[in-house]
Design a protein around this ligand. Sequence first.
Ligand SMILES: [Zn+2]
Length: 425
Amino acid sequence: MKNAVLQRCAPVLALMLLLTGCSVNPVTGENQLSLIGESQELAMGAEQYTPTQQTQGGQFYIDPELTLYVREVGNKLARVSDRPDLPYEFVVLNSSVPNAWALPGGKIAVNRGLLTELEDEAQLASVLGHEIVHAAARHSVQRMQQGMLISAGVAGLGFALSDNEWAGLLMGGAAVGAQLALAQYGQGDELESDHYGMLYMKEAGYDPQAAVELQEIFLALSNGQQAGFVDGLFATHPPSAKRVSENSKLVSEIGGGGYRGADVYKKKTATLRKVQPAYDAHDEAMKLASDGDMNAALNKINEAINLLPREAMFYSLRGRIYQEQKKNDKAQADFDKAVSMYPEMFVYRLNNGLTALQLNNLSKARENLTRANEVVPTSIAFLRLGDIAVKDNNRKEAIAYYSKAAESSGDIAEEARKKLAALTQ
Ligand SMILES: [Zn+2]
């Protein structure tokens, strides 16, 4: 799989070889190899931000106020960072996995599943300050240069339900973005991000002690191996006893005390906490469906829909349960609903298109698969667009789509190559 990643990154690597150079790290002041210039760094983050958000659950649109709040806290820290002029953006993602990530150029995301674990604004500031340093100190850019990106894992087309079930099907920039968001940072990068993140906290008026507490909480949880955490924050930002002791040492040097914002945090996350039972039901339904118990999964997801009828993600899951039960009409109705609530979300479009194709509604299938690919290109969408073109007797278009799908790897690429060979012989 590492090879597949390298293949995807090959154009980037080739480009980098043309631009070899050395520069001073903007955060640490140390000299370092700089193969990727700032304009490419910014372009990469800007291009991959939306697709990466979408492969990690999409935006938490149910509570836009919460995103405004996270943005406000993030900007306070970004302003006092070593790169205040980066085009920082902050977003809350619709995922129960407790995680946060930063793409190059200051494009940052926090999952709602992490926000429910925090106790006050200072702890949120410690998460955001840490991510700001990853971006400002170009940690993922460095890792790209060193070819250190690891695979986000491959998933098949079955009912392998997880937040990254499409990871193996992603193509182009979306694949690179997912790698950047999910790859593990080394301990050196983690310590550096904690250190400067705490300096930013102090500068912005927050109590840096919150960063120590956060590490203690996470270390305790990771030792207990609580499910979800293992694939979330702990996988990408591994906690360690060393991080706790280094952070404590820094607090004694720079002095503790400062703003905590427990009441404000409680108020700002009140909606999130109120709708939590609906997401718990959804996550349970997801588990039941991956275990193959579709009837129980259906009951659970209906419970979630009753609790929070304006959440598109719930209809999307119910649609996939109906798909498994071969109830394509019902599946289509649910995917329609999900698309109407969150039209930009690629995975709702993708499922809607695949179901429309099964129901032989070619124009609807084509429209939805095309829209999905505009945001997050996947090999499966290219393959099925090829099938639609064949049904329409459009040989030229079919060849173009199959060729695209054949660039990927695995079963999808195999099927595309066979169909391509049949068309071009
Ligand atoms: Zn980290």
